[in-house]
Design a binder for this molecule. Structure first.
Ligand code: 5GP
Ligand code: ZN
Length: 115
């Protein structure tokens, strides 16, 4: 399942270049083009899913793959034990690309609450 108009589907198909960090059967990770921290990696499913809210009830395996990939990215970037996972759902929460992505942020201090 891909969406021909979706930017991140185009990164999956290599029609749009990205700095890849990890490439698994069902999951891809690449560096954010506008990093907000020394480590800022986006972890996405290769299949088009609009947001975390659109994950189907039987999507447990996909979620497990995404979380495992985030943990692996954090280890490989040297931020394991001190990183933040963020996913924005909908424009009101700041989602700008309608393909599920987890932001892996680390390498600097984090404040709470997020803006
Ligand atoms: P959102 O705002 O949807 O939570 O996050 C989308 C993220 O995608 C943003 O942090 C933005 O910088 C990143 N982004 C937008 N376009 C591109 C692109 O073409 N390549 C990469 N690597 N990141 C992108
Ligand atoms: Zn997509």
């Amino acid at each position: 399942m891909t969406d021909p108009d979706c930017l991140f589907c185009k990164i999956v198909s290599k029609d749009v270049p990205a700095q890849l960090v990890l490439d698994r059967d069902d999951v891809l990770a690449f560096r954010d083009v506008n990093p907000q921290a020394p480590t800022h990696v986006l972890v996405i499913p290769k299949q088009h899913v609009a947001s975390l809210e659109a994950v189907p009830d039987d999507g447990g395996q996909l979620l497990a793959s995404l979380v495992a990939a985030c943990n692996e990215v954090a280890r490989e970037d040297g931020v394991a034990g001190a990183y933040r996972l963020v996913t924005n759902i909908g424009r009101g929460a700041g989602q700008s690309v309608d393909h599920l992505h987890l932001h892996v942020l680390g390498g600097r201090g984090m404040t709470w609450p997020p803006g």
